[in-house]
Write a protein that binds this ligand. Structure first.
Ligand code: SF4
Length: 313
């Protein structure tokens, strides 16, 4: 399949959402309780999405217990279909699977890699803000507690930014493998009912739906390079994550590594097609059906469109 235009990892944020999804201050208040400061490196990795603490109020917000249930999934699918005339139910479901899972896993993965902290992803304790297009631009953790690696706990009187203020105790684990296990369990527990609801409504199988989740997990790991400066760290963490997440996320992405303008990059070949090009004339940088040469050409072009600090994902 030929690509008329280079594109980012799939499916991307709708351009129509423009300014409303622009990067926000990490201190921007939006909740009604337990607001805290999002560490700068975490905020940088998540852009153009953003994260806040507390129970949010205002238009567009819904809690994840609703969004993962039958009424929430039906409403989200209808919104995506309305915003994208001509989208089949399967295309709408693929977009929703990618966008919803990204809004849930991106903060969790980035927090795990950068802070060695896994937030509580219980659906009733999280909310997302949805735009008219169906894209989710903000994630709220109602209670900034979770599971933390013992070594990552701040010393008494230490850096307040290293830990979000909480209203309850954190769970502490002693090693990274245990923390990774918590991350996998939290992600699968949150997203399983959501994927089941989608599966019951459209002709997409579990490999495709969990493949969308896996793609967003992999992308979240690779984007931590924005903070670490190390392209291999996110890749290695992702490999360990997928080892624990099998067999549910069987259709995980494979890595596509190359050097561009003298710098190493890591991109992805997704485990399943996201159906993104059916809604536009652009093709994916992560397409599993194109050959390596064409995929790499798309990724090089995508890197160049981003300017300094651009990544392959
Ligand atoms: S076949 Fe699927 S993954 Fe490949 S470009 Fe088209 S929509 Fe994207």
């Amino acid at each position: 399949m030929l690509a008329p235009l280079p594109t980012p990892a799939t499916p991307r944020k709708p351009a129509a959402d423009g300014g409303s999804s622009a990067p926000r201050s990490s201190r921007e208040p939006s909740g009604t309780a337990a607001q805290g400061i999002i560490p700068r490196n975490l905020a940088d990795v998540l852009e153009p999405r953003s994260l806040c603490y507390g129970v949010p109020a205002g238009p567009g917000w819904a809690d994840c217990a609703f969004l993962t249930g039958p009424h929430g999934v039906a409403r989200s699918l209808a919104r995506v279909a309305r915003a994208h005339p001509g989208a089949s139910p399967e295309v709408a479901a693929s977009y929703l699977a990618n966008w919803y899972s990204a809004a849930v896993v991106a903060p969790a993965v980035a927090s795990y890699v950068l802070l060695r902290r896994v937030p509580d992803l219980t659906p009733a304790r999280m909310s997302l803000r949805v735009l008219d297009s169906g894209w989710f631009d903000r994630t709220a953790l109602h209670r900034p507690v979770g599971t933390v690696l013992a070594d990552a706990l701040p010393a008494e009187g230490g850096d307040e930014h290293a830990r979000p203020p909480g209203d309850g105790p954190d769970r502490v684990v002693g090693d990274l493998a245990a923390l990774r296990g918590v991350l996998v369990d939290e992600v699968l527990a949150h997203l399983s009912p959501f994927v089941r609801e989608l599966r019951a409504r459209v002709r997409l199988g579990y490999p495709a739906l969990w493949g969308a989740v896996a793609a967003q997990c992999a992308r979240a790991f690779l984007l931590t390079e924005r903070a670490t400066g190390d392209p291999e760290a996110g890749r290695d963490e992702a490999d360990a994550f997928f080892e624990r997440a099998a067999p549910t996320m069987r259709a995980r992405p494979r890595w596509h590594e190359f050097v561009h303008r003298g710098r190493p990059y890591i991109g992805m070949r997704c485990g399943s097609c996201c159906l993104a090009h059916r809604l536009g004339d652009e093709y994916c940088t992560t397409c599993p059906f194109t050959d390596d040469t064409e995929r790499e050409r798309r990724m090089r072009a995508w890197i160049d469109t981003q300017g300094h600090g651009g990544l392959a994902v």
